[in-house]
Ligand binder design. Structure first.
Ligand code: FES
Length: 123
Protein backbone atom coordinates (compact mmCIF):
# COMPACT_ATOMS: atom_id res chain seq x y z
CA UNK A 1 0.00 0.00 0.00
CA UNK A 2 1.50 3.28 -1.08
CA UNK A 3 0.27 6.71 -0.13
CA UNK A 4 0.90 9.57 -2.51
CA UNK A 5 3.51 12.15 -1.55
CA UNK A 6 0.69 14.69 -1.12
CA UNK A 7 -1.21 12.43 1.30
CA UNK A 8 1.89 11.85 3.41
CA UNK A 9 2.78 15.55 3.47
CA UNK A 10 -0.72 16.52 4.60
CA UNK A 11 -0.81 13.70 7.16
CA UNK A 12 2.48 14.94 8.65
CA UNK A 13 1.31 18.56 8.69
CA UNK A 14 -2.50 18.63 8.68
CA UNK A 15 -4.24 22.01 8.45
CA UNK A 16 -7.43 23.16 10.19
CA UNK A 17 -7.02 20.86 13.20
CA UNK A 18 -8.95 21.91 16.28
CA UNK A 19 -12.33 23.29 17.19
CA UNK A 20 -14.20 26.58 16.76
CA UNK A 21 -15.66 28.47 19.69
CA UNK A 22 -19.42 28.92 19.20
CA UNK A 23 -19.63 27.11 15.85
CA UNK A 24 -22.82 27.51 13.82
CA UNK A 25 -22.74 23.78 13.26
CA UNK A 26 -21.08 20.79 14.84
CA UNK A 27 -21.17 17.20 13.66
CA UNK A 28 -19.47 13.93 14.35
CA UNK A 29 -19.24 10.48 12.86
CA UNK A 30 -17.69 7.14 13.57
CA UNK A 31 -16.24 5.05 10.78
CA UNK A 32 -18.40 2.13 9.68
CA UNK A 33 -15.25 0.10 9.12
CA UNK A 34 -13.05 0.72 12.17
CA UNK A 35 -13.00 2.62 15.44
CA UNK A 36 -11.97 5.93 13.86
CA UNK A 37 -13.94 9.03 14.68
CA UNK A 38 -14.22 12.61 13.38
CA UNK A 39 -15.69 15.87 14.62
CA UNK A 40 -16.25 18.93 12.46
CA UNK A 41 -16.94 22.52 13.48
CA UNK A 42 -18.42 24.98 11.00
CA UNK A 43 -18.95 28.69 10.84
CA UNK A 44 -21.68 29.38 8.30
CA UNK A 45 -22.92 32.65 6.86
CA UNK A 46 -25.57 33.03 4.16
CA UNK A 47 -25.20 29.39 3.20
CA UNK A 48 -21.42 29.58 2.83
CA UNK A 49 -18.83 27.82 4.95
CA UNK A 50 -16.80 30.70 6.35
CA UNK A 51 -14.52 28.65 8.58
CA UNK A 52 -14.12 25.02 9.56
CA UNK A 53 -11.98 22.86 11.82
CA UNK A 54 -11.76 19.18 12.45
CA UNK A 55 -10.65 16.70 15.08
CA UNK A 56 -10.13 13.26 13.62
CA UNK A 57 -8.82 10.25 15.45
CA UNK A 58 -7.84 7.96 12.62
CA UNK A 59 -5.34 6.56 10.19
CA UNK A 60 -3.08 8.46 7.78
CA UNK A 61 -5.80 8.47 5.11
CA UNK A 62 -8.50 9.70 7.50
CA UNK A 63 -6.30 12.57 8.78
CA UNK A 64 -5.16 13.66 5.30
CA UNK A 65 -8.72 13.34 3.98
CA UNK A 66 -10.07 15.47 6.84
CA UNK A 67 -7.49 18.19 6.24
CA UNK A 68 -8.06 18.41 2.48
CA UNK A 69 -11.84 18.13 2.91
CA UNK A 70 -11.80 21.34 4.96
CA UNK A 71 -9.86 23.05 2.14
CA UNK A 72 -12.48 21.80 -0.31
CA UNK A 73 -15.54 23.03 1.64
CA UNK A 74 -14.29 26.43 2.81
CA UNK A 75 -15.92 29.42 1.11
CA UNK A 76 -18.28 27.05 -0.69
CA UNK A 77 -22.00 26.64 -0.49
CA UNK A 78 -23.35 24.01 1.95
CA UNK A 79 -25.42 22.17 -0.68
CA UNK A 80 -22.51 22.12 -3.14
CA UNK A 81 -20.32 20.53 -0.46
CA UNK A 82 -22.83 17.78 0.22
CA UNK A 83 -22.14 16.44 -3.27
CA UNK A 84 -18.47 15.80 -2.45
CA UNK A 85 -17.60 12.11 -2.48
CA UNK A 86 -14.82 9.89 -1.21
CA UNK A 87 -13.59 9.70 -4.81
CA UNK A 88 -13.30 13.54 -4.94
CA UNK A 89 -11.19 13.45 -1.79
CA UNK A 90 -9.05 10.62 -3.14
CA UNK A 91 -8.44 12.57 -6.34
CA UNK A 92 -7.54 15.72 -4.38
CA UNK A 93 -4.94 13.66 -2.48
CA UNK A 94 -3.42 12.39 -5.74
CA UNK A 95 -5.23 9.11 -5.13
CA UNK A 96 -5.56 7.15 -1.94
CA UNK A 97 -4.75 3.45 -2.05
CA UNK A 98 -7.92 1.59 -3.08
CA UNK A 99 -8.43 -0.03 0.32
CA UNK A 100 -8.12 3.37 2.07
CA UNK A 101 -10.64 5.35 0.02
CA UNK A 102 -13.43 4.57 2.51
CA UNK A 103 -11.34 6.19 5.28
CA UNK A 104 -12.41 9.60 3.95
CA UNK A 105 -16.05 8.79 4.68
CA UNK A 106 -15.63 9.60 8.36
CA UNK A 107 -15.11 13.33 7.70
CA UNK A 108 -17.79 13.40 4.98
CA UNK A 109 -20.26 11.80 7.39
CA UNK A 110 -19.31 14.23 10.16
CA UNK A 111 -19.96 17.12 7.74
CA UNK A 112 -23.35 15.68 6.72
CA UNK A 113 -24.25 15.23 10.37
CA UNK A 114 -23.34 18.88 11.12
CA UNK A 115 -25.35 20.21 8.18
CA UNK A 116 -28.37 18.06 8.99
CA UNK A 117 -28.46 19.40 12.56
CA UNK A 118 -27.81 22.96 11.33
CA UNK A 119 -30.64 22.86 8.78
CA UNK A 120 -33.06 21.41 11.36
CA UNK A 121 -32.28 24.33 13.69
CA UNK A 122 -32.87 26.84 10.87
CA UNK A 123 -36.44 25.59 10.27
FE1 FES B 1 -9.95 3.66 10.12
FE2 FES B 1 -8.67 4.48 7.97
S1 FES B 1 -8.36 2.65 9.06
S2 FES B 1 -10.38 5.37 8.90
Amino acid sequence: MFYSRKTLEIFRNPQHVGSLQNPDAFGSAKSLYCSDYAEIYLQISKGLIKDAKFLTNGCCAAIAASSIFIDMIKTKNIEENEKLTKEDISQALDHLPLQKITCSLVIIDAYKNAIEIYLKKQR
